[in-house]
Design a protein around this ligand. Structure first.
Ligand code: ADP
Ligand code: MG
Length: 560
């Protein structure tokens, strides 16, 4: 009804999130956070958690200059402000939380936010650089996303073209498919929680995991989120991951139609959502393509069983249209330098790979931006991780590569033995040659390894950073790799020369590197043949791209 007053986005300010009813668990915020840190460690690889979660005596002020008066934005939890890294002088966003005199609900949200955010690792999700816990506060240090909220963009331009809306929704779906594949529900999907990484308004990232949680298959009851975006089943008190997809429908509606689909008093909004009656401005609606109308209708469905999942929405014709440009060799982001970096990484030692993983977390957004499209290209099903099958299929199109070479690359990349390669694993591999190892990145990585701040990386530091998977003997062996002066510890100079000494293969072509690797592989095979335990023998399952099932994983690090 186009003559009814339409509620333009921005005219009523930000809709506020709400949360209902809470439990009464008898734990302190500190105890909860300790458990979070331990659980996160079991989900993540190498130093990716320990190196980022800092407890006393390590303070945020050791690493960052805080600028609390420079607010970057604010939301349900107060303001997010600017900070500057003392190592790289890069700017960051800090989200602070008080740890005393907080309610059970706030405690639970904080716990979920930290746990989920620590597990996030995707080109379309904001990156959590560090977490600091002191006597009274917990602070999340995130990459600073300089392009502002999607909310501000919509407010500024009123309505998106279909093409821009398709592109925006595609990015949102990729982020949501990733979190859903990880079993995470966001519960506050809205325009304010997607930020552009720069003023070019091309790359969006999901933020704010305050209402997120890992879910099992059990349905959830807690009513939380922002009413205007809330799914009918959330209002009804029994819902699952699909509630986020309703909110995507609301966003898509706003982008295409230029106004909020459900408006009025809270009671009116609830009634309209429950009955699925969104306001239709006929002239605008009729101008939309059939595919875009079909897309909105398949998300704003009150029966969540009928609603598209993120995976299905990515395959909807309206979203697929955006992808219709076939990736050719020219348009591909997977150039020889990227493949070459992957091969180098597979040949690197365990410690060198750990160093690269640590450095991958200190890369700037610009540096990551150079290679993130290649990651997205390898992740053909957009689940947010790369499987062996995907790696084989895409690499085989680019270079002539054998199954055992792919397996070797895959095993080196799969740092947490989860049969899949995360974004940071991929970034670590790119450190090998694609991304320059600036001195400040290397120094920052050294500091992360030097947990006790002694000025040296010791066996004790490594045991803390690498977690329980590493024995003392292994840690000693790793220290030896870089310890030129043989004093049992690694100085900064030793560390710098160690990580920067990997250039010897940089000038070789991918094929030369692969051939060299094959020869070493054969040699190693010949020497281990007689003593091999048949139970552990690597059986190379066929990686024929026509076979959908990914090959079972077995660790084969004969070159390492
Ligand atoms: N990484 C960031 N870079 C720049 N601005 C940010 C960043 N994170 C948050 N903000 C700004 O702060 C606002 C509130 O942050 P958010 O994490 O959504 O907190 P809340 O839980 O309070 O909603 C965001 O909507 C955004 O404007
Ligand atoms: Mg928010």
């Amino acid at each position: 009804m186009h003559d009814e007053q339409l509620c333009q986005v921005g005219t009523v300010g930000h809709p506020e999130p709400v949360v209902h009813t809470m439990g009464n668990k008898q734990t302190t915020a500190k105890q909860d956070l300790k458990a979070v840190r331990e659980r996160s460690l079991s989900k993540q690889a190498l130093g990716q958690v320990t190196g980022r979660f800092h407890v006393l005596p390590h303070r945020i002020e050791d690493d960052y200059v805080l600028e609390p008066s420079q607010e970057l934005g604010s939301g349900y939890n107060g303001s997010v402000f600017l900070a500057k890294s003392k190592d790289t002088h890069e700017t960051f966003a800090v989200k602070p939380f008080r740890l005393y005199r907080i309610t059970q609900a706030q405690k639970r949200e904080l716990k979920n936010e930290v746990e989920v955010f620590l597990a996030m690792d995707h080109p379309h999700v904001g990156r959590l650089r560090d977490v600091y816990e002191d006597e009274s506060e917990l602070r999340l240090v995130m990459e600073r996303l300089e392009g502002g909220e999607l909310f501000d963009r919509v407010t500024a331009i009123g309505r998106f073209t279909e093409k821009d809306a398709q592109d925006t929704i595609y990015q949102i779906l990729v982020a949501i498919n990733y979190i859903h594949c990880m079993g995470i529900v966001h519960r506050d999907i809205k325009l304010e929680n997607f930020l552009y990484d720069s003023k070019s308004y091309a790359h969006l990232k999901l933020i704010d995991f305050g209402f997120s949680r890992f879910t099992s298959n059990k349905r959830m009851q807690l009513g939380c989120g922002t009413l205007a975006y809330m799914a009918p089943e959330v209002l009804g008190g029994s819902y699952d991951l699909k509630c986020d997809m309703w909110s995507v429908g609301v966003i898509a509606f706003i982008l295409l139609m230029g106004y909020m689909p459900f408006t009025g008093s809270d009671d009116e909004i609830r009634a309209a959502i429950t009955s699925g009656q969104y306001r239709i401005d006929k002239p605008r609606w009729e101008k939309l393509s059939e595919n875009s109308k079909g897309f909105l209708q398949s998300l704003l469905v009150t029966d969540s069983d009928q609603r598209l999942s993120a995976e299905q929405a990515l395959q909807h014709p309206w979203v697929e249209e955006r992808n219709s440009v076939v990736v050719t060799e020219e348009s591909s982001h997977l150039d020889e330098a990227i493949v070459s970096s992957l091969v180098d990484f597979a040949r690197a030692s365990h410690f060198r790979r750990a160093c690269m993983s640590m450095m991958a977390w200190t890369l700037s957004n610009d540096e990551r931006a150079e290679v993130r499209n290649a990651f997205m290209e390898l992740d053909t099903d957009k689940s947010g991780t790369i499987t062996m099958y995907e790696l084989k299929r895409v690499l085989a199109e680019r270079v002539s590569i054998t199954d055992s070479q792919v397996l070797q690359i895959f095993n080196a990349l799969d740092s947490n033995n989860k049969e899949e390669v995360n974004y940071s694993d991929f970034l670590a591999a790119m450190m090998a040659s694609r991304i320059a190892m600036h001195d400040d990145v290397v120094v920052a990585a050294f500091k992360r390894f030097d947990v006790d701040k002694s000025g040296y990386i010791t066996v004790g530091d490594l045991l803390q950073v690498m977690g329980s998977t590493m024995s003392k003997a292994d840690a000693k062996q790793l220290v030896k790799e870089a310890d030129i002066s043989a004093d049992g510890r690694i100085s900064l100079d030793e560390f710098i020369s160690y990580v920067q000494s990997s250039e010897e293969h940089a000038q070789m072509t991918v094929l030369e590197k692969l051939l060299e690797g094959e020869m070493a592989l054969e040699k190693a095979d010949a020497t281990t043949q007689s003593s091999r335990n048949p139970g552990q023998q690597t059986s190379m399952t066929s990686l024929d791209p026509t076979q959908p099932a990914p090959a079972p994983k077995s660790r084969m690090c004969v070159l390492l």
